[in-house]
Design a protein around this ligand. Structure first.
Ligand code: FNR
Length: 182
């Protein structure tokens, strides 16, 4: 079984990112399982913790380590990624030389309640993942605009076109994961 960890950049209970992530999780083929990875409980990263890490860091790092690939679904805060997501990236990247992100295939979905679709967050995240040595799905890029209009009252995608587009994205991601699994 191939495990895809899902990291959501919003802690909000009714988060559109979270709802979108649940929709996308259901598009993975047989032989794949998904796991939502908690990031809201991680104390703010402090380099002094490298010697003696909080228990939440250890659990988080082990969970990421246990995943074969990571899907990021995030909103944009002030033209970048939410601080909670950047914190999670930083926590997973240390202690130096022990990054749990290293070499793991990844994919990015950004979303926004405006027309701009989280472009800034998507690209800032892409930049960090490049440095963290994560091969990232390049095409198709996924920028979801006006998220409130994409979902019905049950949090499901309203349109088959959206599902089809994201199915293609997931299929490409699966192809990338298979390539790295040899
Ligand atoms: C936002 N929002 C926002 N939207 C956007 O397109 N570009 C931006 O730079 C920002 N900046 C921003 C900052 C902060 C602090 C908040 C709280 C919100 C709006 C954002 O897209 C909207 O709140 C989403 O619904 C947040 O995603 P979740 O929580 O629904 O997943």
């Amino acid at each position: 079984m191939t495990k895809v960890g899902i990291v959501v950049g919003s802690l909000r209970k009714e988060s559109y990112s979270k709802k979108i992530a649940h929709n996308v999780a259901s598009l993975f083929p047989e032989g794949y399982e998904t796991e939502f990875i908690e990031i809201g409980n991680l104390p703010l990263y402090n380099e002094e913790y490298d010697a003696d890490s909080p228990a939440e860091y250890t659990t988080f790092r082990n969970t990421v380590k246990g995943a074969d690939a990571i899907l990021f679904v995030t909103p944009e805060y002030n033209r970048s990624v939410p601080g909670v997501l950047k914190n999670a990236l930083d926590v997973g990247s240390r202690p130096y030389g022990e990054s749990v992100w290293d070499g793991k295939p990844a994919a990015i979905i950004s979303q926004s309640i405006s027309n701009l679709s989280g472009f800034g967050a998507n690209h800032h995240l892409r930049q960090s993942l490049t440095f963290l040595n994560m091969p990232v799905v390049q095409q198709p890029e996924v920028y979801l605009a006006n998220s409130q209009d994409l979902l019905d009252d049950n949090g499901k995608f309203k349109s088959d076109d959206t599902v089809q587009f994201l199915q293609g994205f997931v299929d490409t991601f699966v192809g990338l994961i298979n390539k790295y699994q040899g």
